[in-house]
Design a protein. Sequence first.
Length: 459
Amino acid sequence: MKSDRKTAEWQRIDAAHHIHPFTSLQVFDKEGARVFVRGEGLELEDSEGHRFIDAMAGLWCVQVGYGRRELADAAHAQMLELAYYNTFFKTSTQPVAELSEKLASLTPPGLDHFMFANSGSEAVDTAVRLIRHFWNLEGRPEKKVIISRELGYHGSTLAAASVGGWSSMHAHGDLPLPGFEHVMPPYWYVHGGELSPEEFGVVAAGAIEQKILEVGPERVAAFFGEPLMGAGGVIVPPSTYWPEVQRICRKYDVLLVADEVICGFGRTGTWWGSETYGIEPDLMTMAKGITSGYLPLSALALGPRVAGTIMQGDFAHGFTYSGHPTAAAVALANIRILEEEGIVERVGNDTGPYLQEELQLALGDHPLVGEVRGRGLLAAVELVEDKQTRKRFEADRKVGEFCWDRCLENGLIPRAIGDVIALSPPLVAVRSDIDEIVRRLVAGIDKTAEHLRSGGWKA
Ligand SMILES: Cc1ncc(COP(=O)(O)O)c(C=O)c1O
């Protein structure tokens, strides 16, 4: 967008009229927003000409990097041909039909039917409503309770935030709604104690079984989980966790929903987190990487059992923009790039393992780093006060935020989730990009450690 306005003017009008998500509005009012103006590949530029490597791919979504002409061309061509039409009342459009076919070929076997929406939250919300409808149609209307994990993030609508396990979100808007239950996440570093990760994986899955028995299996509708929990702190499940979760869900006839909003489209080194962890979900939600964030689009994939029942009748649900043709055309162009450039395979075989190894090498022994973890191009380092005892910093010291600021000064954008520093770079990152990301991250962590050592803590 071309304009003669200066940064201070953008910040002023933005602070005056724009309420930002997940932002402390009082602090923000004083500091003003960083205004981004341009993106190319992995790089972003702000209105002051500062350049950054975006090691978060926006919000875990810009798989193919910024500035891809193919996606702009696809949107342009579709807008001129047919910018919008809906999919209600026995109508469809070519892009959405083709995208449905394409997704059916990419998703795990059996997940062959798709409902579209605009965001991950809407896809999760749709799943909750669909599951309630499903059990009613099955003649089991008492089966309504949904189980998910503490720290899980599934979005911001009433239902999605209720599925989510963030107490900070529950506090805003009197959530969770009735009928949503939360159990311990498979967070070995924090909850594992003396157990090996494998032993702990079975214990964490066991928490789901305990909750099912507490609620009564006849009342439990579904279990929702991200294959690898992203926004909750890049929590990598031990290898024993998902097989056990799956066994428990099958035993008590509880639908298994994989929230693939972050993991989908190659993030963990295969097309789906479900593929990486051997999960066979009944339903899958996806968004973000479906268009690399170029336009809003999400989908809910239905497996044969749920689709078979739902398709006996109808489901009074949908949005004006369910299956928006321009977003669908961009998704098709985005998937074409992922396929033609072999990006997902590269993340799985090369850049993903390379990122994990380089982080481990550079930071595994760092005194401020308790754990380095991740899978594919999704990674995190957990900053701790005492590496030996795994003691964490008091939250109000905001060590992670301090480190995040130091990284930004160094031209790197990671994300601070408390004291977990997360990385989720565009999937087009090559080894030299990863080297630079790791180098800048180490510099940010070193500066944080130096600050702590010098006792100059004023965060
Ligand atoms: C796993 C997961 N589910 C759902 C959502 C919500 O997606 P959206 O922000 O597009 O509504 C997110 C967003 O980060 C997510 O990470």
